[in-house]
Design a binder for this molecule. Sequence first.
Ligand SMILES: Nc1ncnc2c1ncn2[C@@H]1O[C@H](COP(=O)(O)OP(=O)(O)OP(=O)(O)O)[C@@H](O)[C@H]1O
Ligand SMILES: [Mg+2]
Length: 482
Amino acid sequence: MEEVGRIFGDVGLGHFQLSLTHPVERGDYLCVEDDLHGSVLCQLDDLQRKSDLDIERARTLVSADEGSIHENLLGIARIVGFRDPQGLVKIPTIPFRPGARVYRAEDPLIAKVLGLSHHTNSGAYVGLLRNHDLRVELDINQLVQRHVSVLAKTGGGKSYLLGVLIEELLRHKVTCVIIDPHGEYKSLRTPAEKNGAHHRFGVESQGFSRQIQEYSPDVSLNPSAKPLTFSLHHLEPRELLVFMGLTNIKTFLAPLKQLIERVSTATPEYTVADLARAAESGEGAIAETLHERLLYVEQTKLLGPQGTSLSDLVKKGEATLINLRGVAPDVQELVAARISSTLFENRKKGKIPPLFLVIEEAHNFAPQQGQVVCSRILKTIASEGRKFGLGLCVVTQRAARIDKSVLSQCNTQLILQVTNPLDLRAISQSIEGLTVGMTEMIQSLPVGVALITGGGYHTPLFCEIRPRATRHGGESVQIVEN
Ligand SMILES: Nc1ncnc2c1ncn2[C@@H]1O[C@H](COP(=O)(O)OP(=O)(O)OP(=O)(O)O)[C@@H](O)[C@H]1O
Ligand SMILES: [Mg+2]
């Protein structure tokens, strides 16, 4: 094993300082031989170059003097732990000795302590441990049961990573529904062009056209999709209020019920237009509001006589894309709300298979400030979905703007580069076990490297994301040709 330094100073149970004699980078894995427990895995959390050069001398320094500067490379390492004979990860209960040698950790120890050596049937292969040839596989049962968040600034690689995740879920025949505001995910049908990275990561290019179905409320803009409509006659009046954007149930529910009763008696096959017409003939402010909101619903064309059937919408082992490209934001919210609540209710009754519901641009659908129509159902799914086998995955570029109760229910976090201080604060507040060093590293992660917490791992780890087997649909647009 390559020795890289020695422990010095006061030694704690979670962290220790070491004087480095060999170049090691922040995030690298280290090893200390402990008398009681053998090899203990540690990770370099911070580095500092200490010198005796003070401000006065620095000002008068000439290049010939540079050799006289005395410097030391100081590292701060975090103790990750060792595996005990029962296979549990433990941390020594007695601090290491000052003066103990610190080595660069070798792959077998890293794999054993982090739990990377297990290849199970329930693993989603998302990439390799950064700077190592060790596969990182996330436990799919944990992903679906305990919810996921994908966080990064814009262009950080969220959609790319989510594409990787969906590929893995489809390989394992996990049912998915993806609320896709930009229509990015239909490219999951198309195999990627192979490059060197595919070989390095051991990924074959593959399309999933047989397992993808696409629906959209606007098929003129999204011709590859089937039309998505909801059945007016299957809606409870309370649900219709949601489509109408009326949150004041006390005021509007009873009048709407009366209106529906009146119209349905006369015209059993009534349409939204029939309801609007009847509301127009009513008197007073409530009737006026109902009329105005019903005209709005009619114009969205979301409510048809039949509606897309649930058995068409959700197919076992397939991914359903709800392509909302070009759809107005308020209609997007209605669609997300209606789909989420239908999935939740039917999952509760066991009418549909366990599934993974992905919400892209989730800060728009479950914002921290203000209430939009689907806030409530997404909060309910975040807190109760687990019991019913409905996994939630929220993807956002603004961790600070998404509802905190939703974010904190996500037990697996896939974090790519984040630089906004408010977003960083929201991330460090909602995730246990992030060190100051890791939070700093998140700010400078290159595209394609993620910090993963949860997913079956007991400690956060940095992962180089594997290339996509399918084409990525969210390529950055070239403004000027190279
Ligand atoms: N792991 C990766 N390997 C190679 N290229 C990547 C990787 N991740 C992202 N990219 C590239 O980076 C660009 C941005 O990625 P992506 O579309 O996933 O960002 P995003 O975080 O979803 O952005 P936005 O918030 O704008 O939706 C894309 O052109 C993509 O091809
Ligand atoms: Mg994206």
